[in-house]
Write a protein that binds this ligand. Structure first.
Ligand SMILES: [Ca+2]
Length: 151
């Protein structure tokens, strides 16, 4: 299946011929460690600082040592970060990953943030249908979302 991940709404997808699937089993990883949004893009709305390297949470979490942000690597994707100062929950829009082929047995990603109806990460097919949604746990603390295995 060809798919993309969106932050917020919209989507992509279509079955992939078996011959293409077998040759595309490499891991797809979006970790933003280049420090910029590419190859993702903002397709709707506006975000002041979508790829951030913030080291500390905005809020205080006593269970997290030194209140250090638990994102992967140095950079992470965010809808609330500003170039400086406090976070801004008022920015809205849609960020879209490049299209990729779902050929492996599972997928996983890290997600944090709110649980409002319009705040989520969606796996979408090429027809624009949202296949799966994931949300944070109403906290900045990032947790793993592990997808189901294909049958
Ligand atoms: Ca990262």
């Amino acid at each position: 299946m060809v798919a993309s991940i969106l932050i917020a709404l919209v989507c992509l997808g279509a079955p992939v011929p078996a011959a293409e699937t077998a040759s595309q089993l490499a891991e797809v990883r979006f970790d933003f460690e280049t420090g910029d949004l590419e190859p993702w893009r903002v397709v709707e709305g506006w975000f002041e600082h979508p790829v951030s390297s913030r080291e500390m949470f905005h809020n205080v979490y006593p269970e997290i040592p030194q209140n250090r942000y638990n994102h992967q690597g140095r950079f992470y994707l965010s809808t609330v970060e500003r170039k400086s100062g406090p976070s801004n929950d008022e920015m809205t829009g849609v960020m879209e990953s490049p299209v990729f082929v779902l050929a492996g047995p599972s997928m996983s990603f890290l997600v944090g943030g709110g649980q409002a109806e319009n705040v989520y990460v969606a796996l979408c097919n090429l027809a624009g249908q949202e296949l799966l949604k994931a949300r944070g746990r109403q906290t900045e603390i990032i947790t793993a979302w592990i997808g189901r295995h294909r049958s």
